[in-house]
Design a protein around this ligand. Structure first.
Ligand code: AKB
Length: 313
């Protein structure tokens, strides 16, 4: 059977790059990108979908005979705190719509992104294990922790083949993040390349788990390609790339831009970051489906600066 993929939230930081990778894999005619607004200059099939509207998702699933859904739409950690109940409503309603459509349409596979935000201050801060207790401190984290359990429920009760990763902060030159606590680690490169001072909303020694976009995309596709029997965890897999603090990323950038200046102005996002692990243990992902990250902070920095220089030329 032909794989036809629907990506919900295709305009986002991860969605825009993942959609392109899926087009390369399955062909442009088999990938339906969707979001609240059409993306200018997008090449391929695009449908406007508000994922809180299940009839609209159903219409698109039926029209294109969709076999896989990547549900990427969500309000992230920092933005979510501005309107907690609305964030809960949107994050959960969109997930339930996707789960129900997957169940009633016998969708082959669903991808649901989780996050390091499911962990809270009670978790082991270094090398946090996959089966650590979840005590999230943000509404985004609470919605992801609940979502992981619902994913497992739909798998066990209805056999919906839903797979999930707990992403760390994703760093890429292709797209901009929005509304997250890890966003500084992308913004900082844009400022460095424009030779401007950067104002950092985290303290200099706040270490967080991060991953380069290429690794994040490859992990997602490898997880979705893995044979069903090898997926042993049906809540979500810890996914690690690198861990670093603002001090460490600045030191790497200053190897290329020695005069790069940063001032520290921690805000409410510092408290969120302080409640998250400093590094996470992804042994289960390595063991079950062969995950192996490739990119170090040094390599990420070199590529980010080279690619952004081309963009700002
Ligand atoms: C955020 O900072 O909210 C996200 C995430 C780690 O899930 N990037």
């Amino acid at each position: 059977m032909q794989t036809v993929v629907l990506v919900i939230g295709a305009n986002g930081q991860l969605g825009s790059v993942l959609t392109q990778a899926l087009q390369e894999k399955f062909g442009k005619e088999n990938v339906i990108a969707s979001d609240l607004r059409e993306k200018e200059g997008y090449s391929g099939i695009f449908e406007i979908i508000d994922a809180t509207d299940s009839e609209r998702i159903q219409e698109i699933v039926t029209r294109y005979k969709v076999t896989q859904i990547y549900h990427l739409a969500a309000i992230l950690s920092a933005k979510g705190e501005e309107a907690p109940l609305r964030t809960w409503d949107i994050n959960m309603k969109t997930l339930f719509n996707v789960l129900e459509i997957a169940r009633t349409n016998s969708i082959d596979r669903v991808f649901y992104p989780s996050s390091i935000a499911v962990f809270g201050a009670n978790a082991t801060p270094l090398n946090t294990p996959n089966n650590e207790n979840l005590s999230p401190t943000t509404v985004y984290g609470i919605s992801k922790a609940a979502g992981e359990n619902w994913a497992q429920y739909y798998f066990e009760k209805y056999g919906v083949d839903i797979r999930s990763l707990r992403y760390p902060g994703v760093i890429g030159y292709q797209s901009l993040p929005g509304g997250g606590t890890t966003d500084y680690a992308v913004d900082i490169y844009h400022k460095a390349v424009q030779e401007q001072e950067f104002s950092c909303f985290l303290k200099e020694d706040t270490m967080l788990p991060m991953i380069f976009m290429e690794d994040a995309i490859r992990a997602t596709i490898e997880l979705m390609e893995a044979p069903k029997e090898s997926i042993k965890i049906r809540t979500s897999y810890n996914l690690a790339g690198v861990s670093f603090s603002p001090d460490e990323i600045i030191a790497e950038i200053q190897k290329i831009y020695p005069n790069f200046k940063v001032k520290f102005e921690p805000d409410f996002r510092q408290d969120i970051a302080a409640s998250w692990p400093r590094s996470i243990d992804d042994t289960e992902a390595k063991k079950d489906w062969g995950w192996e990250p490739e990119y170090t902070l040094e390599k990420i920095t070199q590529i980010m600066i080279q690619k952004l220089r081309e963009q700002y030329k």
